[in-house]
Design a protein around this ligand. Structure first.
Ligand code: HEM
Length: 88
């Protein structure tokens, strides 16, 4: 989830756009639209979950506003892979 947060925030830094992107994505994950090509190659596109979009919106708000803390190992790995700090 911290990887999801910084990939999505990197493109959708506006709170409302971030939330819409996550709600739309979880409703219909679309491999051709992924912001995480590395994860897509390794794990495939995420499953369609069928969750109620109002509940996904609450999750997306939490992810934008608070979210889980970034562990040091992730920050280090992200720097190595992308040459910059992750978006938080
Ligand atoms: C409420 C639960 C979940 C939320 C809100 C969520 C949200 C997201 C988002 C926003 C992305 C990035 C999409 C983008 O490129 O813009 C993503 C990617 C991904 N998710 Fe989920 N996800 C959830 C549950 C799951 C579950 C249950 C699985 C696995 C069983 C999963 C596996 C993946 C994988 C493998 C990717 C990266 C590959 C891809 O682009 O699909 N996710 N998720």
């Amino acid at each position: 989830m911290f990887a999801v947060i910084n990939h999505v925030k990197g493109t959708y830094s506006d709170r409302d756009e971030f939330i819409e992107r996550i709600v739309d994505w979880v409703w219909e994950p679309d491999a051709s639209q992924t912001l995480m090509p590395g994860a897509l190659r390794r794990f495939g596109v995420m499953p369609k979950l069928g969750y109620d979009s109002d509940q996904v919106r609450l999750i997306a708000e939490y992810l934008f506003d608070d979210g889980p803390p970034l562990p040091d190992w992730y920050v280090e790995r992200y720097r190595q892979m992308h040459g910059r700090d992750p978006v938080r």
